[in-house]
Structure formats: C-alpha cells, structure tokens
Ligand binder design. Structure first.
Ligand code: GLV
Ligand code: MN
Ligand code: MN
Length: 414
C-alpha cells in the first residue's frame, strides 16, 4: 500500500545542497564550477558516491552525462528521467541546475525508504555542460544525447585556453561509453529555480513551464586600428571600442523597440591591446538574443546584423560575425503539464503556467521524449549571480511535487 502523502526529508536535502555549495565556493556565497574543471570533477565524484549510497546503478555515457538508476518491477518499461546539471556560471549560484539534480536524489532516497514497488525504472541524470560558460554552445550533454550536436563537434569544442571538451572530459575521468546513453525515456521532468522574479512577485508556489524561448548566440569582432592615445587625432582614428559601444547601444534599442519579452545581452567583451594609452584596435563581444516567437527572434537577429554592419561602415571599421548557436523555441508535453497541474492542486500549491526565458537541459530532451519542467521561486528573481537564493519552504514544495509526479508516472501511486 503506497503512502499518498509521502514527503521528502527537507533537512537531508538542505544538507546535500549545502555540501554541494562547498565545492567551487566563492566569497559572496556563490559558486564557480565550470564544466569539466577540477571542481566539476570533485562534485561529480561526490554525486556518484551519493548515488551509490542510494543503491542506484551508476553509469556515465560518452558525453559524461551521469545516470543513477533504480529498477522498476517491469523490466521492459521505459524510464522516468529526472535531473538537471551540476556545472555553474563563473559567478553562479548554489541552486541553478543543482536543485534539480539534488532534489531528484532526495526523491529516490525517500522512495528507497518506503516499501513501494514502482513499475517503471527511475533514473536521475546530471547532464554535462548545461551552462556553456566554458565550452560553447550550452546544453551540450543533453544536446549530444538528443542528436542536436555531432559528437565530433562537441569533442572538438575549445575553452578560452584552447583545451578541448574531449581532452578535459577524459582528464577528469568521466568519458563513458556510448552504450551507456539512456535509451527509451518515458518522461523527463526537470525541477529548476525560476531565475526570474515572476513567481515571487505574484506569490505563487510553483511555475509550470509550458516551453522555452528560442535563442541565438553570436560573436562580433570589430576590427579598427590600434594607435597611440596621444598623437593620433580623434578625426583620424579607427577606434574599435568606440564603434562597438555604438553597436551595443543600438542592439539594446532594437530589442526594446520590439516588445517587452524580447531580450538581447552583451555579456562578454574583450579588447586588444586593452591598455590605458592605446586606441583599441580590436573588440570582440558576444550577443545573446531571445524570444518565444521564432519569427520575431529571427527578425531581431537579422535587424541586429544589418544595423551593426551599417555602424561599422559609418565608423570606418570592419566587422566579422560568427554564429555560435541557434535554437528554436520549445513546447513541452500537454499531458505532463496537466499531470503537474493536477499533482500541484492535490498538494494545495498555487501554480502559474509560464514560458522559460532561460535555457535548460529539458529543451533538448524534449526532442527525445515527453518533457516538462517545474519552477520554484527565485528570491528577487536573481540568478547567474552569487546572490541566487531560493527559500527552503519553496524547495520543499518543489521536491515534494517532483516526488508525487515520479510516483504517478512510474506507477507507484496505485
Ligand atoms: C542557461 O542558463 C541560459 O539560459 O543561458
Ligand atoms: Mn540551469
Ligand atoms: Mn544557468
């Protein structure tokens, strides 16, 4: 007989999150745990230890995605997959991705304590390099699994020091075999922090994610002429940074004129020679464009390209643009959205349907199987920064909802 009001152990989950928060910790409470670094390895090793302690069968695939599997009573049934990622931004928080992986572990720890026979297997997954902060593009492990990226493309991606994904995966000891990729997913559910302010502002417990915005990542290189800061008259310069700053202002203008949903972000910029008394000769900056309507996003993308080229002509500099990544918007399973809505209702949680402005592993797993996501509120809407925080009560609700959904989907709620 299954206990319908089964609850996760919040103290144990918070202790687990706190232990994760010590690996790659920064001075203001955040984390730097870039994919395939020593810190990532340390976290992976601890995670694998936890999986084994929970009696889960552990394996990792050729992209370094880690799985922990609990068998069901039906040996031929497809698995319920739950999880997210453990890598972070360079100045990331303690919850982005981590909450989804460690809550999934807590769900299985809780189920293990009960005399429950689930029909379907349940697998926890930690995907490799969701953030894309070290190796671009993001959502790489999930994208490799879903066939979005060629394996050779992933393995040859380099970081800023020219180290390849393949070398680094091998170095940290997590290059597994292709036969270990999960095959036959019944459903994938990813619990995540919202990373925006809506749930908190509207005092809602749970975001039920209906899909994820489409995105473009670009890199623009502006080539001017490096010169001496004193003797070169203003009228005779080809200042790459002066031109780039006009381009960046124009990019902001284009998206704000579009609508309130469109976003464009220049999050990275480097300049050569980067010296106080040199006219900048070369500037490279990234552009991230997002919208849930792919036609609008594509229009913004072409507007951006056209307007920065025009500025380059006016400013007498050259411009080269590299397309790093493009992904269309994703739409999650109606069936799972209904299932989450119903289970949240039974638990008495308030809910709101929403589109995710952030990318997630679920974006690509959605191509393989029925997929959906659960959001819990982010304090002040802050994420991708050290201040990222989610209240324990919110974490408890998210993890309890995940537990119920797993029971429902795996056939343990009879
Ligand atoms: C990943 O977190 C992204 O949305 O860029
Ligand atoms: Mn994330
Ligand atoms: Mn992130």
């Amino acid at each position: 007989m299954v206990e319908k009001t089964l609850s996760i152990n919040l103290c144990r989950l918070m202790e687990t999150i706190q232990m994760s928060g010590q690996i790659g910790s920064l001075d203001k409470g955040g984390l730097c745990r870039l994919a395939l670094t020593d810190e990532d390895k340390q976290m992976r090793d601890l995670f694998v230890k936890w999986l084994k302690e929970a009696d889960l069968a552990v394996r990792f695939d050729d992209f370094g995605n880690i799985y922990g599997r609990k068998e069901g009573t039906n040996p031929t049934a497809a698995a319920i997959l739950i999880g997210s990622h453990l890598d972070t931004q360079p100045e990331g928080g303690r919850y982005d991705g981590i909450l989804g992986v460690l809550s999934s572990l807590e769900v299985l720890r809780t189920l293990n304590e009960q005399p429950i026979d689930l029909e379907r297997p349940v697998e926890i997954v930690c995907f490799t390099n969701e953030e894309g902060a070290r190796f671009e593009p993001p959502i790489m492990g999930a994208g490799g699994l879903a066939g979005v990226f060629e394996k050779s493309f992933i393995f040859n991606c380099t970081d800023k020091d020219n180290k390849t994904f393949g070398e680094e995966l091998e170095r940290i000891g997590y290059k597994g075999s292709q036969k270990n990729r999960i095959d036959g997913i019944f459903s994938f559910i990813e619990l995540h922090i919202e990373q925006g302010p809506v749930l908190e502002c509207e005092n809602v417990d749970i975001g039920i994610v209906t899909g994820i915005q489409g995105m473009n990542w670009l890199e623009a290189k502006v080539i001017g002429q490096a010169d001496h800061a004193g003797p070169t008259p203003m009228s005779m310069r080809k200042d790459a940074l002066a031109a780039a700053s006009k381009m960046i202002t124009e990019i902001q203008q284009i998206v704000t004129e579009q609508d309130t949903e469109a976003t464009a972000t220049v999050g990275r910029l480097s300049l050569i020679p980067n010296s106080i008394n040199c006219v900048p000769g070369e500037v490279t900056f990234s552009i991230d464009i997002r919208h849930s309507d792919d036609r609008i996003r594509k229009h913004l993308h072409s507007e951006v390209l056209q307007r920065i080229s025009t500025i380059a002509v006016i400013e007498n500099v050259q411009i080269e643009v590299k397309e790093i990544w493009e992904t269309d918007s994703s739409h999650f399973s109606e069936e799972l959205i209904e299932c989450i809505t119903e289970q949240a209702r039974l638990l008495g949680y308030s809910t709101k349907k929403m589109i995710s402005g952030a990318g997630h592993d679920a974006k690509y797993i959605n191509k393989l199987a029925n997929t959906a996501m659960i959001f819990v509120p982010s304090a002040g809407g802050k994420s991708h920064c050290q201040e990222e925080f989610t209240e324990e009560t919110a974490i408890e609700k998210g993890a309890n909802l995940l537990l119920r959904i797993v029971q429902k989907l795996a056939g343990g709620d009879k």
